[in-house]
Design a protein around this ligand. Structure first.
Ligand SMILES: *Cc1c(COP(=O)(O)O)cnc(C)c1O
Ligand code: SF4
Length: 351
């Protein structure tokens, strides 16, 4: 029998014959991987060995929200499978262009909770800092797919205004770096931010919500762990994985490094029709996460954002799925089923 690591070595050797080394995830730095994502539907379909029949619709939908996916994420998909749960998260479909009642441009009314540029202060005791608008991957179901990031970039001036805002409000106990993807920003910038926050006594926790540890696990470098840990502020990382197939060995290694450095690791998923809307998919995700040292935190129902209605799972089905997971897993592997309601100071539990 061949071991898993031997198999990986063999596969890598085969792949490197076909594709130049720098296009394969684990041979290049995270910055290179971030800069060299797959951006054309045509290329994605051909990498997956899928019919170009899907192309016209994909091109049309990508006019509204571009396709973007790292090579290493594509390599985790099953070649030739149009229903692959990772592919479905990134491939633009014609259905995105449908107008569906109740699905709008700013589903969470965040654009009215934006006291200073770069700050979203809608939760009690915690505050989101929009570090940058870039993401490593464009998820088709993204609730911020229409967010005006260009007006919310933290330049030098808005940075210092955001810091003043945090300093002046001692109810802010936790600062959550958000985006876009906060880890798409350089470590130099993030380190500066972490040090500055560390100097504000009422800020106790620094939390990062990012999909980068999942889509480009090489992002978890020693340098990154260096600025995140070892200060007064407690570090929390919430990764965003939606399917067990996303957690490969490289992701598990990255999680292990973070955990050893003392970072609390949680996962937040979105319940997505056709991707993870079964008891078996959710149970497997919880188990795979736990094996990687990550606890399931939230299972979020879809925010009603325009272009994502085809991913929606009705509440009644969602409740039934969670009951199914509860019957199969210990309580600590059951994520909280939640929804975000505009204007509420926290998530709303769906019981
Ligand atoms: C819900 C949410 C948060 C904050 O939620 P908590 O209830 O404080 O855990 C931060 N970032 C994102 C992307 C969220 O969806
Ligand atoms: S990584 Fe997060 S913010 Fe970026 S597109 Fe995906 S869901 Fe949206």
């Amino acid at each position: 029998m061949i071991t898993r690591s031997e198999l990986i070595v063999q596969m890598k050797a085969q792949m490197s014959e076909q594709i130049s080394a720098q296009t394969i995830g684990d041979f290049s730095s995270w910055q290179e991987q971030l800069a060299n994502t797959v951006n054309s539907p045509e290329q994605l379909l051909s990498m997956m060995g899928l019919s170009q029949e899907l192309l016209p619709a994909a091109l049309q939908a990508s006019n509204h929200f571009a396709l973007r996916v790292p090579h290493s994420y594509v390599h985790r998909m099953e070649y030739g499978n149009p229903d692959d749960p990772l592919l479905k998260q990134v491939l633009p479909l014609g259905a995105e262009c449908d107008e569906v009642e109740g699905f709008g441009l700013d589903p969470l009314a965040e654009q009215t909770q934006n006291p200073v540029d770069g700050v979203i202060h809608k939760y009690h005791g915690r505050m989101l800092l929009i570090v940058g608008g870039a993401c490593a991957v464009n998820c088709r179901f993204c609730f911020r797919r229409h967010f005006p990031y260009q007006d919310n970039r933290l330049d030098r001036e808005s940075w210092s205004r955001a810091m003043d805002y945090i300093r002046s409000d001692s109810t802010i106990k936790e600062v959550i770096l958000s985006g876009g993807d906060p880890l798409a920003t350089s470590d130099r910038r993030l380190q500066k931010l972490a040090l500055e926050l560390n100097g504000i006594p009422h800020v106790e926790t620094l939390r990062i919500h990012s999909r980068l540890p999942v889509v480009i696990p090489e992002r978890i470098t020693d340098e990154m762990i260096g600025w995140l840990t070892g200060h007064r502020i407690k570090p929390v990382m919430v990764i965003h994985a939606n399917h067990a197939n996303e957690i490969d060995d490289a992701v598990a290694d990255a999680m292990n490094k973070l955990r050893q450095a003392g970072v609390t690791l949680l996962n937040q998923s979105v319940l997505l029709r056709g991707i993870n809307d079964s008891v078996s998919a959710l149970t497997e995700l919880s188990n795979v996460l736990f094996n990687a040292g990550v606890l399931p935190y939230y299972l979020h129902v879809l925010d009603p954002v325009k272009g994502a209605a085809h991913f929606d799972v009705p509440d009644a089905t969602a409740r039934e799925l969670i009951r199914g997971v509860m019957a199969e897993c210990p309580g600590y592997l059951v994520p909280k089923l939640v929804r975000e309601i505009p204007g509420k100071p926290g998530k709303t539990w769906i019981n």
